[in-house]
Design a binder for this molecule. Structure first.
Ligand SMILES: [Zn+2]
Length: 178
């Protein structure tokens, strides 16, 4: 951030009085511009024991596979965001079931949430951000070509829980790779 979104004057990075962290503070109107993590929300959409994955048509991680997911918008719930992203990326309508995975990724300022869902009618396609979408059984998942560690975490937990016959809530923190 370089300029104040209220008055347009330059901002400086400084610890405001009474605060503990550096913030962008306007040099003219003194507005404090807080920056907070963003939510990425998606679906583990199941159809006849297989899971819907999309191959990314955009950077980062072009050509790699992911669960349909994306940034939450203002004025929507996390569940609605998960369903919307699945419609946009995989042209698929889903019935959201439950929150399944929560992944903190502090170093990139993101929190990833994944819901379990039923793929309505088994219908899907490829949205403009996807090269293709496909349903995968566990032994078909391209584990070496996954776009994001959070997706691998959620998918692995889903197949484990299905073996156990009981779906829980799974959480983890991801740190930078050494
Ligand atoms: Zn200002």
């Amino acid at each position: 951030m370089k300029f104040c979104s209220h008055c347009g004057a330059p901002v400086e990075l400084t610890v405001p009085p009474g605060d503990t962290l550096p913030r962008y503070v306007c040099t003219r109107c003194a507005a404090v511009h807080y920056q907070n993590p963003r939510m990425v929300v998606g679906c583990i959409a199941e159809w006849e024991g297989r899971i819907l994955l999309c191959r990314r048509a955009i950077e980062p991680r072009y050509g790699l596979w992911t669960l349909p997911a994306g940034f939450m918008e203002n004025n929507e719930t996390t569940a609605a965001a998960a369903a919307r992203e699945t419609l946009e990326e995989a042209c698929a309508e889903v019935e959201i079931e439950r929150l399944f995975a929560l992944v903190d990724i502090p170093h990139i300022h993101q929190v990833h949430l994944f819901y379990t869902a039923r793929l309505c009618g088994g219908r899907f396609g490829a949205g403009s951000e996807s090269l293709e979408s496909r349903l995968f059984a566990e032994n078909e998942v391209p584990w070496q070509e996954m776009a994001f560690r959070s997706v691998t975490f959620a998918l692995t937990a889903w197949f484990e829980d299905r073996r156990l016959g009981s779906f829980g809530l799974h959480t983890t923190d991801l740190r930078p790779l050494a």
